[in-house]
Write a protein that binds this ligand. Structure first.
Ligand code: F0G
Length: 459
């Protein structure tokens, strides 16, 4: 694709459209109040630009819809399963591939087998479902991202990197309690930041020193590979599929949500080389997800994922994808909005704690900003901060490392003018940041409270 012009060309044109429903600020103020100030409780039709997540919300291609017509719903050994298996193994050549209905099912299956009381699982940063699935077994989830990864404004090309020294220290003390070391690419909870190949290699070396298996949480593997290609010495001329295979070559296994980079609306898998572990995991799979050649998915879903995996590693797509996220970040930065820098792959994260210094972390500045963005412009974002991570298994509540608001960009879904609108709304809310107030939680479940908690504005 030509680099001569600056406009981000979406490398596709629109084939079928979905209407967006316009609402007034008054309507939205009522809707969000009725939703207990929790954006998860809104009806999607009351949202104009939905940046809640990039998970399962992307647009499928013509070729994915065509692949769906080939979906074979045989219970066992469907041709769709083999197309899925080949597509997964083309990029992630693990011996065993265990399909699941989404990423957290792969996590639950794996951790129900390898975790449990007394165990500890390090990661650069655990995603919320990963942490919750580990903690649900009685094990401990530890985040060991490099210190730069915890400073929103600090520029670093691979802010998702694991702190190798800290990992080494943990393994030196407790290797026998560590059933696996995880690395999440890209580091979603830390700002969608990439992990370098050098760091992945160093994690593997540390795992080898202590004979501990190494797993990738590979949801955003293609975006991570593109960052490696752009930023890491020696990769500028490599093709993304080769970079992905190299990333996979250092791991003993992986978990995956096909709702992210694989461009599907549902699906996931667990893949690994260890025969005995795979057998145990398959037994859990059969108990809760389904037979090992469909694992909770329809044949047509397997087809959509297989085709999506081919499109996810195309360079024109990834260039557009990463550049369009950066476009939003650059514009917000120019408008003086504090964001996590550099831009992540799938999302832009506003530093709500920096934007709203008058709101204490335990009054949820991220929630305050997310509610304001919805009221002002119908934009749905998500708090990634003290609401999501502040409540501990022992009942204590402490401020999270950061109070961020994530605006995740669904893949191939919104155009540049949608994003220009988002920029206008965020800048307008930022201009009156000092008038926003905090919130308190009036009702919350024991785990993953951000999905269902209800809030009230503080007086
Ligand atoms: N790991 C990471 C890094 C994720 O971002 C997610 C999901 C999962 C695992 C779980 O996968 O949703 O298919 O069960 N992240 C979504 C998000 C929900 O909005 O970031 P899942």
């Amino acid at each position: 694709m030509t680099q001569k012009f600056r406009t981000i060309i979406e490398p596709f044109r629109i084939h079928s459209v979905e209407p967006l429903r316009l609402t007034t600020e008054e309507e939205r103020t009522t809707k969000i109040k009725d939703a207990g100030y929790n954006l998860f409780a809104l009806r999607a039709e009351d949202v104009l630009i939905d940046l809640l997540t990039d998970s399962g919300t992307g647009a499928m291609s013509r070729d994915q819809w065509a692949a769906i017509q080939h979906g074979d719903e045989s219970y066992a050994g469907s041709p769709s399963w083999f197309r899925f298996l080949d597509a997964v193994r083309e990029l992630f050549p693990f011996r065993h591939v265990i399909p699941t209905h989404q990423g957290r099912a792969a996590e639950r299956i794996l951790f129900s087998v390898i975790a449990g009381p007394g165990k500890v699982i390090p990661n650069n940063t655990h995603f919320d479902t990963t942490r919750a699935n580990i903690e649900a077994t009685g094990a401990e989830a530890v985040d060991l991202v490099i210190p730069e990864g915890r400073e929103p404004q600090r520029i670093h090309p691979f802010k998702g990197n694991m702190d190798i020294e800290a990992l080494d220290e943990l393994l030196a003390k407790r290797a026998a309690d560590v059933p696996a070391v995880f690395v999440t690419v890209t580091n979603n909870s830390g700002g969608g930041q990439p992990v370098s190949m050098e760091n992945i290699r160093a994690v593997r070396a540390a795992c080898d020193r202590y004979r501990v298996p190494f797993f990738l949480d590979a949801c955003r593997f293609a975006e991570n590979a593109w960052f490696i290609r752009m930023r890491e010495k020696g990769y500028a001329d490599k093709a993304v599929p080769d970079i992905v295979r190299e990333m996979a070559s250092y791991a003993h296994g992986m978990t995956m949500s096909a709702k992210k980079d694989p461009l599907a609306n549902i699906g996931g898998w667990l893949a690994l080389n260890d025969d005995a572990l795979a057998e145990k995991c398959r037994n859990v799979l059969i108990l809760t997800e389904g037979f090992p050649t469909y694992g909770g998915l329809a044949g047509r879903d397997l087809e959509a994922i297989a085709q999506g995996l081919k499109e996810a590693v195309e360079h024109d797509y990834l260039r557009y994808r990463i550049r369009s996220t950066e476009y939003l970040a650059e514009a917000l930065d120019r408008a003086g909005v504090p964001i996590v820098k550099p831009a992540g792959g799938h999302a832009v994260y506003v530093d709500a704690r920096a934007m709203l210094p008058h709101i204490a972390p335990l009054a949820y500045p991220g929630q305050a900003l997310a509610v304001a963005l919805y009221e002002a412009g119908g934009i749905r974002s998500v708090e990634i901060g003290t609401v999501m991570f502040g409540r501990h298994a022992d009942g204590r509540e402490t401020p999270a490392a950061m109070d961020l608001v994530r605006m995740a960009i669904p893949r191939r879904t919104y155009t540049q003018s949608h994003i220009d609108y988002v920029i206008e709304v965020v800048a307008a809310v930022a201009a009156r940041a000092s008038t926003l107030g905090g919130y308190r939680i009036v009702d919350e479940p024991p785990q993953l409270r951000h999905f269902t908690a209800r809030f009230e504005p503080l007086a």
